[in-house]
Ligand binder design. Structure first.
Ligand code: UT7
Length: 320
């Protein structure tokens, strides 16, 4: 059986760090409120010249170095983003050019905060189908550029960054690689988390709008249920999970869903405190932190999940 095996993980963050105290100089908020309601202490914010493309390229190079692979081996690039450099062409093709790759295919996936699990699932399907041999799956975002910096209910939540996986199709991958994936969407909830602009409607980029409480309610239910689905698919009990790498939206959501499934707190990779919510970049960013600090090791069983605008949600179970 062909498996998509994770060969390397990488990430990149903008240089500038914005703390909650810095945030309280921009909107009427406090460090205490943000920490109590979300778990966020600080986030990175892109400066002029740092873009979704440049962060994606830096994360991709880091992942290729970790995989000990040359960019020329890559024949598939999927970039998950809701903040592309341009409406078109796909930022993935710019990343392809910057990496000096002239073959294979590159495209963007747009599933907001679930983008990385959507991109991983798509890459897994293409690798298994023999359409590609080696994939770069990237989540890269500059949400700071679509925030309404006068809206304290949203601007305190998000940050910028990028993370990347290198995956290869292996027919003798033993029990390594992606073991199960499951995606969902329900477009009835489009208006709960959206951007109030776009090329076809306003000809502007627009700003992020969210009914936080509504998203929160659905997130707890949907995430727990899709995690259960992938575990059942792979016939793996939650007790066997070595690491839980959730989308980093809210500490209360991810701890609540882990508790529901019986995953202990010391198995959760939490980077929300220093990254904020980086949308499609949050899972690979958190994953990379835990690989680099020695927590996630080859052979570990890792459960990833996300929920975001659409609504979209999904989960991926993989053995590193
Ligand atoms: O990544 C995509 C998925 N996104 C999510 O999963 C986000 C899900 N939602 C959430 O994480 C939470 O709903 C929030 C963190 C966004 C908000 O937390 P909450 O506990 O639902 O707070 P709330 O919206 O009910 O607001 C409580 C109070 C309100 O004041 P009143 O009406 O009770 O007087 C808000 O005006 O807190 C006020 N508030 C703030 N106060 C200080 C809202 N934002 C702020 C702020 N600083 N930044």
């Amino acid at each position: 059986m062909v498996r998509s095996v994770i060969q390397g993980v990488g990430s990149a963050l903008p240089k500038r760090v914005m703390t909650n105290d810095d945030m309280s100089k921009v909107v009427d908020t406090s460090h205490e409120w943000i920490v109590e309601r979300t778990g966020i202490h600080a986030r990175h914010i892109a400066s002029e010249g740092e873009t979704t493309r440049s962060l994606a390229v830096a994360a991709a190079k880091d992942a290729l170095a970790a995989a000990h692979m040359d960019a020329s081996a890559i024949d598939l690039i999927i970039l998950a983003t809701s903040t592309p450099d341009q409406t078109f062409p796909a930022t993935a093709t710019s990343v392809q050019a910057d990496l000096g790759i002239r073959h294979g295919m590159a495209f963007d996936v747009q599933a907001v905060c679930s983008g990385f699990v959507y991109a991983l699932t798509t890459a897994d399907a293409l690798l298994k189908a023999g359409q590609a041999k080696a994939a770069l799956v990237i989540g890269s975002e500059t949400f700071s550029r679509i925030l309404d910096w006068s809206d304290r209910t949203t601007c305190v939540l998000f940050g910028d960054g990028a993370g990347a996986f290198v995956l290869t199709a292996e027919s003798d991958g033993a029990n390594r690689g992606i073991l199960a994936c499951k995606l969902h969407s329900d477009g009835r909830y489009n208006d709960k988390l959206y951007v109030d602009g776009g090329p076809s409607t306003t000809q502007t980029v627009g700003h992020l709008r969210m009914e936080g409480k509504e998203v929160f309610k659905h997130a707890v239910v949907n995430i727990a249920s899709v995690m259960q689905e992938v575990l059942e698919d792979a016939k793996v009990p939650a007790s066997q999970i070595d690491w839980f790498v959730p989308h980093q939206a809210n500490r209360r959501i991810l701890e609540g869903t882990a508790r529901k499934l019986g995953i202990s707190e010391d198995r959760i990779v939490l980077t929300l405190d220093r990254h904020g919510n980086t949308s499609a970049a949050s899972i690979p960013l958190a994953f990379d932190v835990a690989v680099k600090d020695g927590r996630i090791k080859t052979g570990d069983l890792v459960l990833m999940e996300a929920m975001g605008g659409g609504f979209t949600w999904g989960a991926v179970l993989a053995r590193l």
